[in-house]
Design a protein around this ligand. Sequence first.
Ligand SMILES: *[C@@H]1O[C@H](CO)[C@@H](O)[C@H](O)[C@H]1NC(C)=O
Length: 349
Amino acid sequence: MARYMYTFVLLITTLQLFVRYGVAQSAQVPCLFIFGDSLSDSGNNNHLASIAKANYLPYGIDFPLGPTGRFTNGRTTIDIIGDHLGLDSYIQPFSNKSHVEYAKGVNYASGSAGIDPQTGTQVGQRIPMDKQLEHHKQIVNKIITDAGTDKAAMHLNKCLYSVYVGSNDWMLNFFGGGTMKYKLSPNSFGDDLIIRLMQQINKLYNMGARKVIIFGLGPLGCLPPVGPMGMCSPYANAIIEKWNNKLKVMVETLNSQYGDARFIWINSIQIITKDLKGLGLPVRNSPCCNVMSLACVPLSKPCKTRNDHAYWDLAHPTEAANRVLAARAYRAQQPNDAYPMDISSLAAL
Ligand SMILES: *[C@@H]1O[C@H](CO)[C@@H](O)[C@H](O)[C@H]1NC(C)=O
């Protein structure tokens, strides 16, 4: 009987470890770690002294849990990708200290943050990329404590890592003139950012990341502060396109540098198309919610036709727009949507 009990206990323990550190039944990956800004934030800014917050209605009006700090009406792009991957729950923000399932992934993204630690100062507190990586280090250490070094490494190697960052470095810093004391050319500004981002991705690799998604930026030239919403500036979009190409070259470099890891690049600007028409959403020149500065007015009534609008507020897409990007990032529809492969192929490696 004692022996039977022992086997039973052992089985349960193994099962628990399997569930936490093995591949979950239906999910294509056991874990997803998320880095970036308000395009991915799921609540990290809620307790910061910042004006970049979204934990009030009408934000989250179409999200199953209501307002959570997501900067859109429903799911973010990475939430939807998580659904395509068959994840059984949304990835919790790092700020949720009571969450114990961190081995399945953590969301470190923070509204108004960027690659450059200075980016977003005018908006208030935020968690820049370097700090997000420090938070990831804390989580990695917890996983090592739980599972031991070898099992932790095996687990971390199988996870997907999403890096969708840079919009604020361009919008708040470069075009917005936020903290830049002197204006560099877009090319040198981009080169400086790439050097920083490369160091950040190297850190991520050193903490066990082997499947990394790098999102290119959308058509930021169609947004304020560049011009009125929907009035796309070809000049600004050309700058963003050059930046996206730098990201693609970085991905090529990383893939040749690390034979045991795969980095992919998502061609967001092509998927959305520079003039937003590719989204197939008829309303592209006004936000769905009533805005004050860039954000929705608290408790205001948003538009009813949320599946027709490309933009939710003055800086963020609707879930409808996020669905288009997520679907083609997950499974490419055109040859250059994702390079050198899409997310479904990366997950299957
Ligand atoms: C934090 O995580 C706990 C445990 O998983 C969960 O029950 C709770 O809803 C989460 N809190 C928030 C604000 O999401």
